[in-house]
Design a protein around this ligand. Structure first.
Ligand code: ADP
Ligand code: MG
Length: 240
């Protein structure tokens, strides 16, 4: 298996508060890797460290054998932040077009890719509307479209399906699986148990620690429980 991401002894503090504590994670190519944990457990901080947006207090994030942050590697990464960073006065189409040109896609590539990603997130009929008229779920979908427009080798998604209805959530997960089968490595954070079940590998985060790691099946079987929720509680993810 080709290793795509290595997190080595990562710790992070904001002032006196240490919110990420000695995390080691290795992620193979073509895997959907989930970071599961409740609000405040450190998911967003960790994905920002992986992408190189945030420099950790200790340890390092190595992506495709390059220590982050690396401008060159940023091009191979699609990142969907937890809060949407969109230009609200521009239309959906113009937003995607703007980011696609930053990634260096040619005019004809952009045209073709924008059409494709608008279809994936089901925003074709709204593509000419300014983003300020969009609902929260529509903005999430647009952010997702932007994160995949340049066909990145690594896709990092921070709570991508919050505010998205179940039907579209299902089709978005189908798309993740399709991308995965094409060799894309996907890291997705979630606090939703049923979404965690859809990942190949999981790290359960609690209070800045990884309390357990493995496939959803293994995590459940090794302690003889039926649901991810029971597993999470068993491994120490209850209220602290
Ligand atoms: P999650 O994404 O799992 O909800 P976060 O990574 O956002 O968790 O937050 C982890 C902890 O770090 C929380 O206690 C949060 O209050 C704290 N935190 C996050 N960002 C900052 C910041 N910029 N300054 C101070 N504390 C922060
Ligand atoms: Mg978060």
């Amino acid at each position: 298996m080709e290793k795509v991401i290595s997190l080595n002894h990562i710790a992070h503090s904001f002032g006196v508060e240490t919110v990420i504590k000695g995390i080691n994670i290795e992620i193979d190519k073509g895997v959907i890797f989930g970071l599961l944990g409740p609000s405040g457990s450190g998911k967003t901080t960790l994905v920002k460290i992986i992408t190189g947006i945030l420099y950790p207090t200790e340890g390092s994030s190595v992506v495709q054998e390059t220590q982050m942050p690396s401008l060159k590697k940023m091009k191979n990464i699609g990142f969907m932040a937890q809060s949407d960073a969109l230009y609200t006065e521009l239309t959906a189409y113009e937003n995607i077009d703007y980011f696609a040109s930053i990634y260096g896609l040619s005019r004809s590539e952009r045209k073709q890719r924008i059409k494709k990603v608008l279809e994936i997130v089901d925003l074709v009929k709204h593509m000419k509307k300014p983003v300020r008229t969009f609902s929260g779920g529509m903005k999430r979908r647009l952010s997702l479209a932007i994160s995949i427009v340049h066909e990145p080798e690594i896709l990092i998604l921070d709570e991508p399906t919050v505010g998205i209805d179940p039907l579209l959530r299902q089709s978005i997960w189908q798309e993740f699986n399709k991308l995965k089968n094409e060799g894309t490595t996907i890291i997705v954070t979630t606090h939703v148990m049923d979404e965690a079940e859809k990942c190949d590998e999981l790290a359960l985060l609690h209070d800045g620690y990884v309390i357990a790691q493995g496939s959803p099946k293994d995590l459940k079987q090794s302690i003889h429980v039926d649901t991810m929720e029971q597993a999470f509680l068993h491994y120490g993810g209850g209220k602290s």
